[in-house]
Design a protein. Structure first.
Length: 404
């Protein structure tokens, strides 16, 4: 028989295409068909990679840094990562506790693949970044979703986390600032979570800090900094994608216990080998350089965030949402749209219907909360320029006013 879909391994039934990527595909298809779609679905800032970082990449090509490197990264990059963790987070890692990979995503994936077996559980607070549950399933494990509630800033309550821990729990995933909610865990909230973990010493923590610098108030904290006793049980994951607008360069990194970093290194050595050598050189410059350039970008993000929240206030409660403390997303509550009727006579029954309505009637693409494990919400990514965002907000407000 000629191979067809049945040829695929059973593990493929455990995963789906990333819903955020699916929205982008749909939006791009409509744009290609001539529709003026604005995509507020993408988790990627419109800002450019800073010039001094680009130049470091160009220099790397010109000076022949175009060969294989150590799987876990060049000594220069690992030293830059070590110094970053020390300087910004107060975390002391030895070189063998540090690894660079092809995006934070690859490191998270390999960490789960290296540690999770059939029947193992991974606690994922919702709303969550779409990849954690699927990565867990690919590794053969079971994601255990702990719903955050809006009234508690979309963060998991420590008591709920404690109740979700079983003898099979391998990991707790923490992501602050959070995609999709923009929530930032305060030092005291992390302290409470740390206390739960100290009582459950078999559980490891994946601290996904990729949005660390995108905060509007107090700086973001990471778990191992709040509770040094947890440093041996935490993989602190970060990357250059968000703060340096380097999504396409694919460079992420982590610090953690040497035995775990070694296992991630082995998986990486048998799949992709080292992350791109040119990206490593550029990331070294990025991490060693100043972050001063970013404050101006943060001011623009703050204005955008406030613009989105002000627009929500004009929707007669069809959409609601408070200004989040971090990242570049507003997780808007769309309960006020459920049960409403569109001008074409359709009833909106879910956040997926709401997304379809905005795409069809307003040419604005967003991702439904169901993709992130908490409904009914819409994730609005204000990662587009100010004029485009203003147009999108006007369209959302107008589309809401058409509902009855
Ligand atoms: C929460 C979170 N973690 C990790 C990543 C992946 O980052 P990277 O580009 O470094 O793979 C993303 C990207 O959107 C993200 O939102």
């Amino acid at each position: 028989m000629i191979p067809s879909e049945a040829f695929l391994a059973p593990r493929m039934s455990a995963v789906q295409e990333s819903p955020t990527a699916a929205v982008s595909v749909k939006a791009r298809r409509l744009v290609a068909a001539g529709r003026p779609v604005i995509n507020l679905g993408e988790g990627e800032l419109d800002f450019d990679t800073p010039d001094h970082v680009k130049e470091a990449g160009i220099r790397a090509i010109q000076t022949g840094q175009t060969k294989y490197t150590a799987v876990s990264g060049t000594p220069e990059l690992k030293e830059a990562i070590r110094a970053k963790f020390q300087r910004e987070n107060g975390l002391d890692y030895r070189p063998e506790q540090i690894i660079a990979g092809t995006g934070a995503k690859q490191i998270l994936f390999n960490a789960l693949l290296a540690t999770v077996a059939a029947g193992d559980e991974v606690i994922v607070p919702a709303p969550y970044w779409v990849s954690y549950p699927d990565m867990t399933r690919i590794a053969g494990g079971t994601p255990v979703i702990v719903a955050g509630d809006e009234g508690y800033g979309f963060k998991p309550r420590p008591g709920d986390l404690a109740a979700a821990i079983t003898p099979r729990t391998k990991w707790l995933v923490l992501n602050s600032p959070n995609n999709p909610s923009g929530a930032v865990y305060s030092a005291s909230e992390l302290r409470d979570i740390a206390d739960v973990l100290l009582d459950n010493e078999h559980v490891m923590v994946l601290s996904d800090d990729v949005y660390e610098h995108i905060v509007y108030g107090e700086r973001a904290h990471t778990l191992a900094e709040i509770e040094p006793r947890l440093i041996e049980r935490t993989l602190t994951v970060n990357g250059v994608s968000k703060v340096f607008s380097m999504t396409g360069w694919r460079l992420g990194y982590a610090g953690g216990p040497a035995w775990l970093v070694r296992a991630i290194d082995i998986l990486q050595s048998q799949s992709t080998s080292n992350p791109n050598s040119i990206s490593q050189a550029a990331a070294t410059t990025a991490l060693n350089g100043s972050l001063d350039y970013f404050s101006q970008r943060m001011e623009r993000l703050r204005l955008r965030r406030d613009h989105v929240v002000a627009a929500l206030e004009k929707t007669s409660n069809r959409l609601r949402g408070a200004a989040p403390d971090g990242a570049f997303y507003v997780y808007a509550n769309c309960q006020g749209m459920i049960g409403a009727t569109t001008p074409s006579g359709r009833t909106i029954g879910s956040d997926i219907d709401a997304v379809d309505y905005f795409l069809d009637a307003a040419d604005v693409a967003m991702v439904p909360g169901s993709a992130f494990g908490l409904s009914p919400y819409l994730r609005i990514a204000y990662a587009v320029d100010e004029d485009t965002l203003a147009t999108a907000c006007n369209r959302l407000v107008a589309a809401c006013s058409q509902l009855s």
